[in-house]
Design a protein around this ligand. Structure first.
Ligand code: KG4
Ligand code: ZN
Length: 332
């Protein structure tokens, strides 16, 4: 198969990211700029600020990535960009930039669904990972289980009916006064606590639907904290324990409905959590599934996964002429 080089652009949330990736799984160059500082004063991502920051940063970052790789636009095979879902202003900035580049370089535009980028990213890191696999995507914005049967062949098997798991970690951190981002802080404090000290609910546990719910867990954390009866470390540890049990119960439900999968893969920011990873690894082993987690840089939002999704699409259709230049950015 011919080697393709794809430029990827990601701008759907608060990371501006550009990467050059080959179908041989080489990341030739990449830049990622976090907007954490811009949004921190507001305690969350402000869409208007995000869109402006993407617009300011994309062009200089593009120059830098091309220069790092020592490539000209004539040497790439396609331009891939996130076309949604995400904050619409940011998605539009990235997608419009990609359209202009594709037009100027006379290369195909590849519109990538952000979740598809996450879904395929494990294959960038692991050449041995074949289809199908079960992907647990747990981040600040997503909490889903996807069945990945091939390129363009995804089924969403479960999703959260309220908060994402990363969001629940962040809210727990806020309640306990640990600051933002909360996940790593909760994990650290949990190491000093008793995971069975605080009675917390396991929302959806035993439900016949495979979906997730974390809003009730967060409320219970708030009540436990306000009661003044428990040490913060015990609340953190008990929250993490409840969250892990919910994940395993829901995965169990998905498998009982969908049948066997040879592999379990976890992605998203929460995959950084050692307790979560460990529990998933044990769970997978007990089901005879292999377990893998891409390196953190590929787990969290990045552009290499978008470029890689472009490589995967070119690999199954080398003559792909590209998505139409009037393709729309989609918030959902
Ligand atoms: O994938 P990500 O960087 O961004 C998106 O949301 O798309 O995920 C960030 C989320 C945050 O909610 C953060 O608190 C959580 O991942 N997170 C963690 C840990 N590290 C990051 N949650 C639990 N334990 C961690 N060690
Ligand atoms: Zn994401």
């Amino acid at each position: 198969a011919p080697t393709h080089t794809v430029l990827g652009i990601e701008s759907s949330c608060d990371e501006t990211a550009i990467a050059l990736v080959t179908s041989d799984r080489e990341i030739l160059a990449q830049r990622i700029a976090s907007q954490e500082a811009e949004h921190a004063p507001y305690g969350g991502v402000v869409p208007e600020i995000a869109a402006r920051a993407h617009a300011e940063r994309l062009a200089p970052m593009l120059y830098a990535v091309m220069e790092d790789a020592g490539l000209g636009l004539d040497q790439i095979d396609a331009v891939a960009a996130t076309a949604g879902p995400g904050l619409i202003g940011g998605v539009m900035v990235g997608l419009v930039s990609a359209k202009a580049l594709a037009m100027a370089a006379d290369k195909p535009l590849i519109a990538v669904n952000h979740l598809e980028g996450h879904a395929l990213s494990p294959r960038l890191a692991d050449p041995a990972l074949g289809f199908p696999y079960l992907l647990l995507l747990v981040s600040g914005g997503h909490c889903q289980v996807l069945g990945v049967a091939g390129v363009g062949r995804y089924r969403r098997l479960a999703t959260t009916i309220d908060d994402a798991l990363g969001e629940a970690f962040d809210k727990t951190a806020k309640i306990l006064g640990l600051g933002y981002p909360g996940g790593p802080a909760v994990e650290k404090l949990a190491r000093e606590g008793d995971p069975h000290a605080v009675p917390l609910p396991r929302p959806m546990k035993g439900s016949s639907e495979p979906h997730f719910s974390f809003a009730g867990l967060k409320s219970a954390v708030l009540r436990a904290h306000d009661s003044g009866e428990y040490a913060s470390a015990d609340i953190a540890a008990s929250f993490q324990q409840a969250a892990v049990e919910c994940l395993l119960d829901r995965l169990d439900k998905v498998l009982s409905r969908e049948g066997e999968f040879p592999a379990l893969v976890v992605a998203g920011g929460v995959a950084a959590n050692a307790r979560v990873r460990g529990a998933l690894e044990t769970f997978a082993a007990s089901r005879g599934m292999t377990f893998s987690a891409p390196p953190m840089a590929l787990c969290t939002d990045n552009a290499a996964m978008i470029a890689w999704a472009g490589c995967e699409k070119l690999a199954i259709d080398p003559d792909f002429a590209g998505d139409p230049l009037d393709i729309k950015a989609r918030p959902r």
